[in-house]
Structure formats: structure tokens, C-alpha cells
Design a protein around this ligand. Structure first.
Ligand code: ADP
Ligand code: MG
Length: 601
């Protein structure tokens, strides 16, 4: 609101200067007539100037100033008007543009916060590029609307409103002639703008393609190099780049027509004003003076910029509308997994029970778990085995409420996990995911990720020792301060897995879940980690998932899954006696790997 007031004030002061200029020109004419002893022609009292200009003229006349002083005084007044107009323009930018930055800030934070609340399922169905685009590109387009576009639009309305008002009041006939080229102007703006809009939308899409192509080839550089596909990738990029260039040049050509044709039409207005105005002056018609012509020519010049910005403003508004729609699409997406009404933080013990749990992935329709029941007592260490795709990871996802069970229920310490506050539930379970993710940060910060407050360095070191990674970290050039490259490229798969284990151990939870997180570790290291972990996990409920037999560990219970169903259940000995899938796996692994002997009673 304040911005609008400033815009109007700025325009008001600006619109007074053509009138003062007109007055000066008329004074010059009077001076010449006076010197030539001619009767005084133009009479400024007949002019329809603004009240403040009229006051100014009255003051000037009452003081009987000489000609030179009138000129100086008028010049000073023009300067003062420009200063006032400029000052309010400064305030207008200060309010409107600054406001748009605040809106941008709020919007970005709101979107980021909302992203974080959405379920993992949402992120599976939307690409990172899309998410990034909406928080960056779309937000900045909305800002362009609430800031510059809105400002230009109101400015445009004020300039046109003021100048038309004074032009018509001064001389409506001349105004009609001046405005004659306006319909052509409007039509040109409309047509050219449609073309520009279409082209820039296309360019935006091509640019998006180009960036994602570039981004993919950077992250997949190792695959590209090893398959010797550099040339093909370059060709692909160049083709995209070519298409982008062609369209961008096309747009430049259209824009090149836009501004000159604008100037042409405005020039036409100016010529009409001077020609017709002069005709009236010569024939002493309709009260037109040289001052009137001056005044009108300045009005036309004032209108040039706002009118040529109409197209730009209109397309900014259209784009912002489309962008806000895209942003809303995500903001209105409700997370499906939320705290139920009255969910409270609960201190959980480690007893876990799955009761007739079934689960189907909505997006693919794959039935990942079928009527699964299992019971894990507090402090037990269990192994969950099964071929890939048998539903092991799904089981853990359900335990962490990344997804909600389709049928059945899961309890921890006797509490249905749906009734436990979500964050409290996840805080009490340490989870080492199957696909490791490390941040581009130091080793130390990666391990200490779960700790909100800074913790003693010894604790971090201790966790690393338990995860059998401490010695290797010591070998790094900057030890715990070594920065891990983007997505941990500088580390081996096994090292990344063990840092991710150390991160989970530092959390000191009641329940700990390892999802196939030793797959990239050799048997010897596996043994070492296992014996370390055994000490660490002493009183904790631990679920270890593996698609091979994690043999150097004494498990209280072993579950074998197949196609989402529980196939076998029991201790190592019981399952060997049962002579089923587990026993077969055990024999296969034993013959393949002699050093990987199990610890048996
Ligand atoms: P495991 O961990 O035992 O290898 P998962 O639990 O990952 O198996 O997968 C079980 C089944 O569910 C597989 O058929 C897999 O294709 C499917 N699946 C896993 N994750 C998803 C997902 N996010 N969306 C759709 N289907 C999935
Ligand atoms: Mg898995």
C-alpha cells in the first residue's frame, strides 16, 4: 500500500514538469512579443495547469520578476520537481522491491519446510531437477511479479492516468491526434508479445534439458569414461545446445523488431503533435501555444518507457501465475504419514512385533509383504535373510514409518507405532540404509550428523572404532577433518558403509537396524566389525539384514523371507536341521568361502 502511495507521488511530481516547461516556453514567446511591441498573445490564465503549477505562476507574476529571473526560478523549480519525483521513486523501490525479497525468502523457506514433511514416496515420484526448479526458478518468477512487474504496472497506470488527465483537460483535440497511433501500438505489442512468450517458454524448457544433460554427465562421468562415450555425450550435449541457440537467436530477432517499432509509433505521435499543434498555433485556434506543444511532447516522451514495458509486464504476470500454480501443486500435497491425533512421544523398549502385516507399493502395485508376522524380544539380535526383492528393506521402511502398513500392525514395546509421535519413533531407531548417503562435509560432521549439540570428539572416535573405520580415517591426510567429495566419491564403497555405520552407532538408540550395509566389505573386515558390534550391541535390539549369511555373529533368531512371506524362522541350529533355504545357503557359502566360518556353540 505504501509502495502504491509512493508510486503515485513520484508520478505526480514528474507530471508537473511538462507544465512548468510549457509555461517557460510561453514566457519566452511573450518576451519576444514584448520586445517587438506586439500585443501579448498567450495568456497563462487560460491554461488548465495543475493547482500547484497555478500557484507557482501566481507567485511569479505577483513578484514582477524580470525575464531572466523567471527563467532561473523555473529551472530551479524543474530541478526541485525532479528531485521530489526521484526521492519518491527511491522510496517506491525501497518498499516494493524489498517487499518482494521478503516474499521470496518466506516462500523459499515455506517450500523447503514442506518438502521435508513429505513422504519418501513423494520423492520417488518426483525428480530432483523438478523439486529444485520449483524452489529456485518458480519462486524467482513469482518474485519478479510481486516486485518489479507489479511496480511497473502501477507506475504505468499512474503515468498514463496522470498524463491523459492533463492532456485531455488542456486540449482534447490535440490529445486525440496524439493517441491516434495507439490502437496500432497496442496491436503490435499484443502480437509481438505472444510470439516472445511462446519462444521464451520453449527456451526455458530447452535450458532445463541442457542443464540436466550437463548435470547427468558430471555425476556419471566415471561411467561415461569407462564406456568411452565422451564423444557421444558431447554430440548429445551439442545437439541440445544447438536447439537452445537457435531458439535464443530467434527470440533476439523478434525482440529486435519490438523496440524499433515501438520507437517508430511513438515518433509518429510526436510528429503529429508538432505538425497539428503548429497548425493551431499559426491559425490561433483552440488556444494552442508553443508551450502546449512543448508540454505534449514531454508527455509523450514520459509515456514511451511505460508503454513499451506493457508487454514485458503482461508476460511477467502470466509466467508468475503459471509458476505459482506449480508451487501450489507441491504445497498442497499433504504428507500421508503424519502424527495421528493425540500421538505422544513415548520411550520405547526394544520389543518389536509384526502382526499379519501386508504392504503394497501404491506406485507399482507390487505386493512387497504378505501377511507377515514376527516377534523380536527386547535385546535380541536377529538376522533377516532372503533373496533380493524378498521384502527385507520394505520391512524396515515400515518399522520406521517411511510407509504405513496396508494391513496388520506393528508394535514396539507394546505401542502401536501409529500412535507414537513420528519424530520420537525415528529418534529411537538407528538405521543404516542399504544405499549409503554421505554429505559433502568432513568425516567428523558426517559421523556426528544425528547429534544436535556438539559432542566430545572421543565419542565420535569411539563410534568409528566400533565401526572398524577409525584406523583408515587416521590414514587420511586430514584425518577426521577430511572433506568427503560430492557424494563421497573419494572413498571406497566399504569405507562409506562403515562411516555410515559409525553415524548410526553414535545415536545410541534402543533399536538398531543394519540394512545390508556390509555388502561392500570383505570377509575379514566383516568379521572384525562383527566382533566389535557384538560388544556394542550387547543390550540393544538389533536387526541385521543380509542376503548372504552373516556367519560370524551369534544370532538369537533368524528369519528367512521369500516374496514377502516368512519362509523359515529359528536359530542357526534349528534352521540347519530343518534343511531348507538357510541350510542350503549355508552350505553354498561354506564351500565358496572357507575362511568365513561361523561361530557356533
Ligand atoms: P529387498 O530389500 O529384500 O531386496 P525390497 O524390500 O527392497 O527387497 O523390495 C521388495 C519388492 O518391492 C521388490 O519387488 C521391489 O521391486 C519393490 N519395491 C521396493 N521399493 C519400492 C518402491 N519404492 N516403489 C515400488 N516398489 C518397490
Ligand atoms: Mg534391500
Amino acid at each position: 500500500m505504501l509502495g502504491i502511495v509512493f508510486i503515485v507521488l513520484s508520478n505526480y511530481f514528474r507530471i508537473l514538469s511538462p507544465q512548468v516547461s510549457g509555461f517557460v516556453v510561453d514566457k519566452v514567446e511573450q518576451f519576444i512579443q514584448l520586445q517587438n511591441h506586439l500585443p501579448l498573445q498567450p495568456n497563462e490564465h487560460q491554461k488548465n495547469y495543475d493547482v500547484s503549477v497555478k500557484l507557482f505562476i501566481k507567485e511569479v507574476n505577483e513578484h514582477h520578476l524580470n525575464f531572466a529571473n523567471i527563467i532561473v526560478l523555473s529551472a530551479a523549480t524543474l530541478l526541485l520537481l525532479a528531485l521530489c519525483s526521484g526521492f519518491f521513486m527511491f522510496l517506491m523501490r525501497q518498499t516494493v522491491i524489498v517487499m518482494s525479497r521478503y516474499i521470496e525468502y518466506d516462500q523459499k523457506n515455506e517450500i523447503f519446510k514442506h518438502y521435508q514433511q513429505l513422504d519418501t514416496g513423494f520423492f520417488k515420484t518426483h525428480s530432483t531437477g523438478d523439486l529444485m526448479n520449483r524452489i529456485a526458478e518458480d519462486v524467482s518468477r513469482v518474485r519478479m511479479y510481486v516486485g518489479p512487474a507489479l511496480m511497473y504496472f502501477i507506475n504505468l497506470a499512474a503515468t498514463i492516468g496522470f498524463s491523459l488527465f492533463f492532456m485531455i483537460r488542456e486540449n482534447w483535440r490535440l490529445t486525440m491526434y496524439v493517441l491516434a497511433p495507439l490502437p496500432v501500438l497496442a496491436l503490435t505489442i499484443y502480437m509481438v508479445n505472444t510470439v516472445i512468450n511462446k519462444k521464451s517458454e520453449k527456451i526455458q524448457a530447452l535450458l532445463s534439458d541442457l542443464t540436466s544433460t550437463a548435470q547427468e554427465s558430471y555425476s556419471g562421468i566415471r561411467v561415461i569414461k569407462s564406456f568411452v562415450q565422451e564423444k557421444a555425450m558431447l554430440g548429445f550435449f551439442t545437439r541440445n545446445s544447438e536447439a537452445y541457440k537457435k531458439n535464443a537467436i530467434g527470440l533476439a530477432k523478434v525482440e529486435a523488431i519490438y523496440f524499433p517499432s515501438m520507437s517508430l509509433l511513438i515518433g509518429l505521435s510526436t510528429i503529429l503533435t508538432i505538425a497539428i499543434g503548429s497548425w493551431y498555433v499559426i491559425h490561433k485556434e483552440h488556444n494552442v501555444t508553443a508551450g502546449t506543444i512543448t508540454e505534449f511532447v514531454i508527455y509523450i516522451n514520459m509515456l514511451t518507457f511505460p508503454v513499451s514495458a506493457i508487454g514485458w509486464t503482461a508476460s511477467m504476470i502470466q509466467r508468475a501465475a503459471a509458476s505459482q500454480k506449480r508451487i501450489n501443486e507441491f504445497l498442497l500435497t499433504k504428507p500421508q504419514i503424519t502424527d495421528t491425533l493425540g500421538a505422544k512421544p513415548v520411550v520405547l523398549n526394544g520389543a518389536i512385533q509384526f502382526v499379519n502385516v501386508s504392504f503394497t507399493y501404491q506406485n507399482t502395485g507390487i505386493k512387497a509383504l504378505k501377511n507377515l508376522s514376527l516377534h523380536i524380544k527386547q535385546g535380541e539380535k536377529v538376522l533377516i535373510m532372503g533373496k533380493t526383492g524378498s521384502g527385507k528393506s520394505t520391512l524396515v521402511q515400515l518399522l520406521l514409518r517411511m510407509f504405513d502398513v496396508g494391513e496388520g500392525l506393528i508394535t514396539i514395546g507394546g505401542h502401536n507405532i501409529k500412535n507414537v509421535q513420528l519424530q520420537s519413533l525415528r529418534r529411537q531407531i538407528s538405521y543404516v540404509p542399504q544405499d549409503v548417503f554421505l554429505f559433502s562435509d568432513t568425516v567428523q560432521n558426517n559421523i556426528a550428523f544425528s547429534q544436535e549439540e556438539t559432542i566430545a570428539f572421543e565419542e565420535i572416535e569411539n563410534a568409528a572404532k566400533f565401526a572398524s573405520i577409525h584406523n583408515e580415517i587416521e590414514q587420511f591426510a586430514q584425518q577426521y577433518q577430511t572433506v568427503i567429495g560430492e557424494r563421497g566419491v573419494t572413498l571406497s564403497g566399504g569405507q562409506k558403509q562403515r562411516i555410515s555405520i559409525a553415524r548410526a552407532l553414535l545415536k545410541k538408540p534402543e533399536i538398531i537396524v543394519f540394512d545390508d550395509c556390509l555388502s561392500a566389505v570383505d570377509a575379514k573386515t566383516e568379521n572384525e566389525i562383527a566382533s566389535n558390534l557384538y560388544r556394542y550391541l550387547e543390550h540393544k535390539t538389533s536387526i541385521i539384514i543380509s542376503h548372504r549369511i552373516f556367519s560370524s555373529f551369534r544370532f538369537d533368531k533368524i528369519f528367512v523371507l521369500e516374496e514377502g512371506e516368512l519362509l523359515e524362522e529359528g536359530t542357526h541350529e534349528e534352521l540347519l536341521n530343518a534343511n531348507g533355504f538357510y541350510a542350503e545357503m549355508f552350505r553354498l557359502q561354506l564351500s565358496g568361502n572357507k575362511e568365513d566360518l561361523p561361530i557356533t556353540a
